[in-house]
Design a protein around this ligand. Structure first.
Ligand SMILES: Nc1nc2c(c(=O)[nH]1)N[C@H]1C(S)=C(S)[C@@H](COP(=O)(O)O)O[C@H]1N2
Ligand SMILES: [Mo]
Length: 235
């Protein structure tokens, strides 16, 4: 049985390390150790790694769609459901202010993205610390976001922040800008795959075409940076 891919997507057999070029050479200092801060418009800012470990673990198989048009089918993630994290840790312990529903997610490499809280509370959104069946050992691996990443399968890859270190709940968008020097048209507020919300301003057909061209170079740059990092670590 083959399920049709979302509009404009093409299946890719191997899961590449990918992202914005600026972040290709940045790696987490301690890829085995989760450190996650909850902040923003909350009554109490908290480090939540111990609380996270106490939540029920879940596993899920889901497809992953990069805005540049490559898709990986059936990746097996494990970790914690975002909704459990939100209700049992954020609401109970950090206590967000009323309407603090604009969520900013930050990676240790300086990358960040945002999503409305409503989108993050879907059943298939998770904080993943493992990707199995991909010969990566136990963790996510440096390429796929160790020690912790967001998985939001209904949204393009660029909302699925890797190397997560902070999640902030804000009442407005002021605290957020898509990482410089990248233009904000690249960042759709929701970026839903099913609606092909690739970006802003430009027609999706144009973005499909332009983004597709950059895949090979991007995959190369990210793989090369990882190899260099591994050589440095081995010395
Ligand atoms: N911290 C961080 N998260 C990131 C990125 C990044 O550069 N840094 N790139 C995003 C993009 S554009 C994609 S497609 C996915 C790629 O995830 P992968 O490297 O596991 O394929 O990560 C997203 N999350
Ligand atoms: Mo992407």
């Amino acid at each position: 049985m083959s399920i049709p891919l979302p509009p404009g997507q093409i299946e890719r057999p191997q899961f590449p390390r990918f992202g914005l070029g600026k972040f290709a050479r940045r790696f987490p200092a301690e890829p085995d150790r989760i450190r996650l801060q909850v902040g923003g418009d909350v009554e109490r800012k908290l480090n939540v790694e111990a609380l996270l470990q106490a939540l029920p673990r879940i596993e899920q198989q889901s497809d992953f769609h990069c805005v540049t048009t490559w898709s990986i089918l059936g990746a097996r993630w494990s970790g914690w459901r975002f909704a459990d994290f939100y209700r049992q840790i954020v609401v109970a312990e950090a206590r967000p202010l009323a309407q603090a529903e604009f969520v900013v997610l930050r990676g240790e490499d300086g990358y960040c993205s945002c999503l409305p809280l409503e989108d993050l509370l879907r059943d298939d959104v998770m904080l993943a610390d493992r990707l199995d069946g991909h010969s990566l050992g136990h963790g996510l691996g440096l390429e796929h976001g160790a020690p912790l990443r967001l998985i939001a399968p209904a949204h393009y890859g660029y909302k699925n922040v890797k190397h997560l270190v902070a999640i902030e709940f804000w009442r407005d968008r002021r605290a957020y800008r898509f990482p410089l020097p990248y233009p904000t048209f690249m960042d759709h507020p929701r970026a839903r795959v099913a609606f092909e919300e690739r970006g802003r301003l430009f027609p999706r057909q144009i973005l499909r075409y332009l983004y597709r061209l950059i895949i090979p170079l991007n995959v190369y740059v990210f793989a090369k940076a990882l190899a260099a990092h591994r050589r440095k670590q081995a010395r």
